[in-house]
Ligand binder design. Sequence first.
Ligand code: HEM
Length: 217
Amino acid sequence: MGIICSGLDPENYRSDKSLKLFQRMHRQLQPVVIEPKNQEKIRGQSLDLSPVQKNLMKRYWQEAIMLSNNDIFHKTMLASITSSPKMNEIIACGSYCYRDLRKWPKLNKICQAQFEWFQNIIISNLNENEVREKAVDLGRHHAKFAQYGLKPHFLDIYQLHLIKFLGKLKIENEEEKDEFLSCWITLMDFIVECMNFGYAQALTEAKQQRMQTIELR
Ligand code: HEM
């Protein structure tokens, strides 16, 4: 898959554990194939985070993101658009936005929505069923933008950039930082899987509806 992601450089991941995280991220870049009819598969996906890990996520959400880096999703979207300019067109609903992207109100609105969405699931303790339901819904919502060219692999690009920016956060305790990053990779794998499922499900339903309408004519 032709993903440009210059920031994902092994140099940024110096300790052994960090390097393993980097390698784990690279392994993620396999195309995701979701069979929409297979409801059981998505129910079987688990968000494998212990109570200690959930607390760590909550603590560093507040200390390292909310208080000093609440623009992390904005940076992630800007970097994702640079990697894949097609995303600009999707957000502009088929046109292309040439203005200073950092001041684009629509992009700001989306990034703010992402911040609140993540905050909500992390503060409410990353309950597996709740996160699954919300992420599947979100995937269904994003299917509306398939008509402008939204593709599931954009989520992989987004995930890579988000992890890259999380890797740059200032967290003194190296062990906790590695653990925090590992938790985010687990969380994002789960979210992307569920969003892809919701996305595919919504597109399949829309297609079935179109077929029924044609048959009725
Ligand atoms: C895990 C990654 C992502 C998350 C968690 C996320 C989250 C959200 C949320 C919470 C909203 C607001 C939904 C609402 O109004 O109810 C939204 C809207 C939107 N997102 Fe995403 N998003 C993600 C990735 C992306 C990517 C990669 C794109 C690529 C272009 C994208 C494009 C959009 C668009 C176009 C809207 C609609 C804005 C509007 O018209 O109101 N999202 N997203």
